[in-house]
Design a protein around this ligand. Structure first.
Ligand SMILES: [Zn+2]
Length: 403
C-alpha cells in the first residue's frame, strides 16, 4: 500500500467511477428520448439541448439538477424569464471538478447576451451579460454568374452575412429582378469569434455593389445613442445620403428563399404598357412571405372579383399605394397599420393566375407606374454637422473597396 504508483491507479479508478456514476445517474433518471439531449463533457460541464415542448424543469431534470429548479427560477425572476427559452438552443450546467457540486448555469439568450447564474456562498445569483466577442475584419468580393447567393457562398461567405448584405441594399437593389450576370460586389464586414472559434458575422461596415452598370455604395455610420441607449445608426452613400427610402425595392421577402438572389430568372412578366400588364410578376414558391414595401394603412384585404384572387392594397400617403395579388394567405385586415418590411401575406396562385407568383403594382396618383424605374428620395439623411465626421470615418473603407 506504500507504493505511490498503486495509489495513483486507485485515484484514477475512483475518478472514472465518479464520472461513470454521474452519467448513469442521468441516464437512469431520464427516458431514452431525453438521453440524446444531454451531453457530458470531460471538463464537468453538462449541455442540455432544448427540444421543442421542453420546460425549464424538464431541462434541469435532464441535467440531473432538478432539486435546484425553484432556486434557479427565483434567482432569474427579475433578470430573465426562463419560460422564454427556445427549442434548438442549449443550456450549460457546470459542476465542480473536485466536489461534483452544481455551481454554474449559462444560457445564451440571443447573439448579443447570455444569462449567467453563479452559486456564491450557497446563493444563486443571476446576471445578463453582453457577450464579449473578438472581432476580426474581413473583406469579401465576387462576380455574379447565376446567383448572388451562390457566388457569395462560393467565396465561403457566411450565409447570414450574405443576407445582411442584401438587407443593406434592400432599398436600392432589387435582388429578385435587378441582378445581372457580371454584377460585382465587394464588402467589408466583421466576423465575431469566441475562444478562437468563429461564431457569427457582425456588422457589415462598408459595401459596394455594381449592379447593371450602376455603382451602389453603402457605409455604416453610428451617430450616437438615443435616450433608451439604443444605437442611432444606419447605412449611407458616400455623400451621407441614407440608403433607406420610402419603398423597399422588392416586395418578396427573399430573406427566406436563398435561391431568390438570382440574375433575373425569377421573372414571369414585366411591366408592359403595350400588353396592359402594368405590374411586375415575381415568381416565388407558394407560402413565400410578402412584405409591405413601405409604411401605410391597409385599404383592401380579401378576395377580388377582378381576377386578382386574394388581394391586399396599402395606401402609403396621398400619392402612392401598392397592390399585392394572387396571395395564398392574407395576414392583415382593412385598417391595419403596417410598417415597411412587415409580412402582410404569402405568395400564392389564386384568381386568374397560371402559377405561383406575386403580381405587384404601384399606383401613383391613380395611375399604375413601373416599380422598377421608380426612384424615391432618401430618408433620414445625415445632419450637416455629422457629415465631416462621417466622411472621415469612411475614407479607409472607400479606398479598400475600390482598390
Ligand atoms: Zn401579373
Amino acid at each position: 500500500m506504500k507504493n505511490p504508483k498503486y495509489l495513483v491507479f486507485i485515484l484514477i479508478l475512483a475518478i472514472m467511477a465518479f464520472f461513470a456514476g454521474k452519467v448513469l445517474l442521468f441516464a437512469n433518471s431520464e427516458e431514452s428520448a431525453r438521453q440524446a439531449a444531454v451531453k457530458v463533457s470531460p471538463d464537468n460541464e453538462v449541455v442540455v439541448n432544448i427540444e421543442s415542448g421542453m420546460t425549464f424543469s424538464d431541462i434541469t431534470e435532464a441535467a440531473g439538477v432538478s432539486s435546484s429548479t425553484q432556486e434557479l427560477l427565483a434567482a432569474t425572476k427579475d433578470v430573465y424569464d426562463l419560460a422564454r427559452i427556445k427549442a434548438g438552443k442549449s443550456i450549460l450546467f457546470y459542476f465542480d471538478k473536485q466536489t461534483g457540486d452544481f455551481h454554474k448555469m449559462i444560457y445564451q439568450t440571443n447573439s448579443e447576451t447570455e444569462l449567467i447564474l453563479n452559486k456564491v456562498s450557497d446563493i444563486w445569483q443571476a446576471e445578463l451579460k453582453t457577450i464579449d466577442y473578438e472581432v476580426r475584419i474581413k473583406i469579401a468580393s465576387g462576380t455574379i454568374t447565376s446567383s448572388f447567393y451562390q457566388s457569395a457562398l462560393d467565396q465561403h461567405i457566411d450565409e447570414r452575412a450574405i443576407i445582411e448584405l442584401a438587407d443593406v441594399f434592400a432599398w436600392t437593389v432589387d435582388f429578385g429582378m435587378g441582378i445581372r450576370e457580371g454584377d460585382t460586389y465587394k464588402f467589408i464586414y466583421e466576423e465575431r469569434y469566441r475562444d478562437g472559434e468563429y461564431v457569427i458575422p457582425g456588422k457589415i461596415l462598408a459595401a459596394v455593389f455594381n449592379n447593371d452598370g450602376q455603382e451602389k455604395e453603402g457605409y455604416y455610420f453610428k451617430e450616437g445613442v438615443d435616450a433608451d441607449g439604443s444605437e442611432i445608426d444606419g447605412y449611407y452613400n458616400f455623400t451621407g445620403e441614407s440608403l433607406q427610402k420610402m419603398f423597399l425595392k422588392n416586395p418578396v421577402n427573399f430573406r427566406y428563399i436563398s435561391s431568390g438572389f438570382t440574375t433575373g430568372r425569377r421573372y414571369v412578366e414585366a411591366f408592359n404598357v403595350a400588353t396592359g400588364h402594368r405590374a411586375i410578376d415575381y415568381a416565388a414558391a407558394i407560402g413565400t412571405p410578402i412584405r409591405a414595401i413601405g409604411d401605410g394603412v391597409v385599404t383592401n384585404a380579401g378576395w377580388s372579383r377582378a381576377g386578382y384572387g386574394n388581394l391586399t392594397s396599402i395606401r402609403h400617403n396621398s400619392t402612392y399605394s401598392s397592390n399585392y395579388a394572387h396571395q395564398s394567405k392574407i395576414y392583415v385586415k382593412v385598417g391595419t397599420k403596417v410598417k415597411q418590411g412587415d409580412v402582410i401575406g404569402a405568395v400564392g396562385s389564386t384568381g386568374f393566375s397560371t402559377g405561383p407568383h406575386l403580381h405587384f403594382e404601384i399606383v401613383q396618383n391613380g395611375t399604375k407606374i413601373n416599380p422598377l424605374t421608380l426612384d424615391m428620395p432618401s430618408e433620414k439623411n445625415l445632419s450637416k454637422d455629422k457629415i465631416a465626421e462621417f466622411l472621415e470615418s469612411i475614407k479607409d473603407w472607400q479606398k479598400q473597396l475600390h482598390e
